[in-house]
Design a binder for this molecule. Sequence first.
Ligand code: SAH
Length: 216
Amino acid sequence: MEDPWHIQREHMIRHHLAARGVTSPAVLQAMREIPRERFVSPSCREEAYADRALPIECGQTISQPYIVGLMTQALAPEPGHRVLEIGTGTGYQTAILARLCAEVITIERFPALAFQAAERLRDLGIWNAFFLCGDGTLGWPHGVPYDRILVTAAASHVPEPLWEQLAEGGILVIPVGDRERQTLEVVRKVDGRPCWYPMIPCRFVPLVGQHGWNEE
Ligand code: SAH
């Protein structure tokens, strides 16, 4: 049977992603394969492919498709990589990463979100993503080092544990700024030092934790 969301998904790929610089064939293919409509709440389903963030449970948001595409492309995940993701949310970004690399370890502070995200990926037959619940600003030392680290919540700085857990030559993508406004930063570890590449202004929900913001 024809997938009723196919046209909207292709529209997203062409107009919100490829036309705006997300051109990596692997990233576009992964975003073509993941049904975003299964990750948004039922009340927003009609807007699943609109190019904007949508509200999810626990007062959080699922990121806009363009931002998901841009972050994934900037992260440059490769098939052999192990990736650490902070801020699972719905698991949409997790599912895309899982398509592109060997293993994703994802950490979410709200148990309800982590649980639902794990269920969604299981239903999609994605088995190389591992879900943890807790403060992602501490990373997950048992899995070090990570080839790539993606933070999908807003930080005032790169949390020290995450920097330590990034492999030499690895890439970390993170929104850095204040609670209201940030810049999407790509940080590469070169000879143990950070090499910064700022991308675009952005707005994420805060990274709340020991090395992040305080709960409000
Ligand atoms: N990438 C997600 C959207 C993430 S929204 C998606 O595709 O749906 C950011 C998420 O980061 C929220 O779910 C929030 O609860 C989580 N978060 C914030 N601070 C965190 C922390 N210290 N550790 C783990 N998760 C955190």
